[in-house]
Design a protein around this ligand. Structure first.
Ligand code: NDP
Length: 386
């Protein structure tokens, strides 16, 4: 029986994780759930799943949540500090980091320091501070289990192979809703078009990242840290059907792949249940339904964000932190319809050129870099505003 804390239970990953936990009461016990603003859903989840602790990050909503749960044996807390404190509770075995963005960094650090196993969905944490997080996890003897479907695929391919060196990994990318389009056609695409992903239902931020291929860029950096790879060992291939979730090539040339329908519940369940594969009734993949699995080279000229992520990884230091912060600001501005789709790359590239580079950043350096990049990127976004 694993006792689980879900950071971000009201999001796309969080709600699917609750389905997995609800379907496997003999394997999992829900200890903590948290949300940022969606108090109504958090309350409904608390009443349905009866965790021991609920945290609402937005303190203005504390009373609403507390009053709604006053007749339950559930503790209610509010604020970002509470979010960090609850992951340290003795009753928590594993923390599923399903918050979105840089906000996931601090609670993840606190959970690792407290010796909790991590099921990591919040890829931004490893992008911003991969060295710091993986060093800390090693020191604490904490395992980080990937939730991202591509990284779960690689992890599954590596089962039983940990003594065999990897030659390279191949991360697959769906290509998003704008696959095959050129820059001229992308200039005018709307928020609504970018939010229509062909294969996956996800939160707004990652959906925009998928459309711009920044999501793949963040995943490249995430993979580097999760699997201890050199930059040149990571390749990206566009695979529009999203059936092969990623591949590993070993030193004898043999390639292993993990396949399945695009459904995040499977990688979530694998991370929570590791090392066990739990029986479920999720829809099964059939080759006959997909007679053509196809592959293409990513277009790095049109989808500049992927190239920028490769560049940031190559520079190392705080450059991926700059990339991430600028991207978060750019995506927010695009979602508010203040900047165009292609201008997101301008904001990121400008920030990478402007914000001070630090080769060996400390935690405090990441905090400063994040703050400075957000300020600069917001200024650029303001000038570009339509
Ligand atoms: P969503 O936007 O759907 O959900 C985000 C969750 O985090 C919500 O519970 C939200 O609360 C909470 N949250 C957001 N900001 C804060 C904050 N500042 N403080 C505290 N809580 C916060 O995101 P997704 O579920 O799509 O993604 C979550 C993470 O998982 C991301 O890092 C993403 O890249 C990664 N991921 C997602 C996949 C997917 O299929 N969705 C696939 C692979 C990885 P509220 O609802 O109250 O706003």
């Amino acid at each position: 029986m694993k006792r689980i804390a879900i950071l971000g239970s009201t999001g796309s990953i969080g709600t699917q994780a609750l389905e997995v936990i609800g379907a496997n009461p003999e394997s999992f016990e829900l200890e903590v759930i948290t949300a940022n603003n969606n108090a109504d859903l958090l309350i409904a989840q608390a009443l349905a799943f009866k965790p021991n602790v609920v945290v609402i990050a937005n303190e203005a909503l504390y009373e609403q949540v507390r009053d709604a749960l006053q007749h339950e044996d559930i503790k209610v807390y509010a604020g970002a500090n509470a979010l960090c404190a609850v992951v340290e509770m003795g009753t928590v075995d594993m923390v599923l980091t399903a918050m979105v963005g840089y906000a996931g960094l601090q609670p993840t650090i606190r959970a690792i320091k407290a010796g909790k196993e991590i099921a990591l969905a919040n890829k931004e944490t490893l992008v911003v501070a991969g060295q710091l997080i993986t060093d800390l996890a090693r020191q604490q003897g904490v395992n980080i289990y990937p939730v991202d479907s591509e990284h779960s695929a690689i992890f599954q391919c590596l089962a039983g192979e940990f003594h065999n060196p990897i030659e390279k990994i191949i991360l697959t990318a769906s290509g998003g809703p704008f696959r095959g389009r050129k820059a001229d056609e992308l200039r005018q695409v709307t928020r609504a078009q970018a939010l229509k992903h062909p294969n996956w239902e996800m939160g707004a931020k990652i959906t925009i990242d998928s459309a711009s291929l920044m999501n793949k860029g963040l995943e490249v950096i995430e993979a580097k840290w999760l699997f201890g790879l050199k930059n040149e060992q990571i390749e990206v291939v566009v695979h529009p059907q999203s059936i092969i979730h990623s591949l590993v090539q070993f030193e004898d040339g043999s390639i292993k792949a993990q396949l399945g329908l695009p459904d995040m519940k499977l990688p979530i369940q694998y991370a929570l249940g590791y090392p066990n594969r739990l029986k479920n009734d999720f829809p099964r993949f059939s080759f006959l339904d997909y007679p053509q699995l196809t592959f293409e080279k990513p277009d790095l000229e049109t989808f500049r964000n992927l190239q920028l992520a490769f560049d940031a990884m190559e520079r190392g230091g705080n450059m991926p932190c700059i990339l991430n912060a600028a991207n978060e600001i750019a995506v927010e501005a695009f979602l508010r319809e203040e900047v165009g789709f292609l201008e997101m790359s301008d904001i990121i590239e400008g920030s990478m050129a402007k914000v001070a580079y630090i080769a060996n950043p400390s935690y405090e350096d990441y905090v400063t870099t994040d703050r400075e990049t957000r300020a600069y990127a917001a200024e650029v976004a303001g000038k570009l505003s339509i």
